[in-house]
Design a protein around this ligand. Structure first.
Ligand SMILES: [Zn+2]
Length: 167
């Protein structure tokens, strides 16, 4: 699991956070934007939880499961919201297997900046599809590697599956 975290991304995410959102929470800003789900790369959302494509992914199909509540810690969420997040995470892992034919999945979270969280102020869970031979992304610590991913095509592949789900 330690190879999942890529510290160089933190700087990247935060530079964009500052430029684009004037220090406001990236997720809350995204949820409040008057744009289509597709423009915001939101694959699923209900009153409690959203599943979005990570704009700075470790891999194609890197998803974030984000509660609508702006809280920093998992333990601040209600039991109902926690179980909702795990349920939608479980469904999402099934979808990345089906939609992207990945061979394995990393699932987890970073709490706090020194743990690698890019947006530590708003708790979220990561789902990272893994493919045979993709380990090159994770082996060089402290050095940015270009990851060429067409977010729009990944979104289009996954969205139909998320339309089907009912929780
Ligand atoms: Zn927030």
């Amino acid at each position: 699991m330690d190879k999942l975290y890529a510290p160089w991304r933190d700087q990247y995410v935060m530079s964009h956070t500052k430029n684009d959102y004037s220090g406001a929470c990236v997720f809350c800003t995204l949820f409040n934007k008057q744009e289509s789900d597709e423009e915001r790369y939101i694959l699923y959302k209900d009153a409690m939880v959203a599943v979005i494509l990570n704009l700075y992914p470790y891999n194609a199909g890197h998803l974030l499961v984000v509660p609508q509540n702006h809280v920093e810690n998992l333990y601040e969420l209600s039991d109902e919201l926690l179980s909702r997040m795990i349920k939608i995470s479980a469904v999402s892992t099934q979808i990345v297997k089906q939609a992207l034919a990945c061979q394995a999945i990393n699932f987890g979270a970073n709490f706090g900046r020194i743990a690698g969280a890019g947006i530590p102020e708003h708790v979220h869970l990561h789902i990272v599809p893994r493919y045979s031979g993709d380990t090159g992304f994770f082996t060089v610590i402290g050095d940015a590697k270009p990851i060429s991913i067409d977010l729009n095509s990944v979104y289009k592949k996954m969205k139909p599956y998320f339309k089907e789900i009912s929780l």
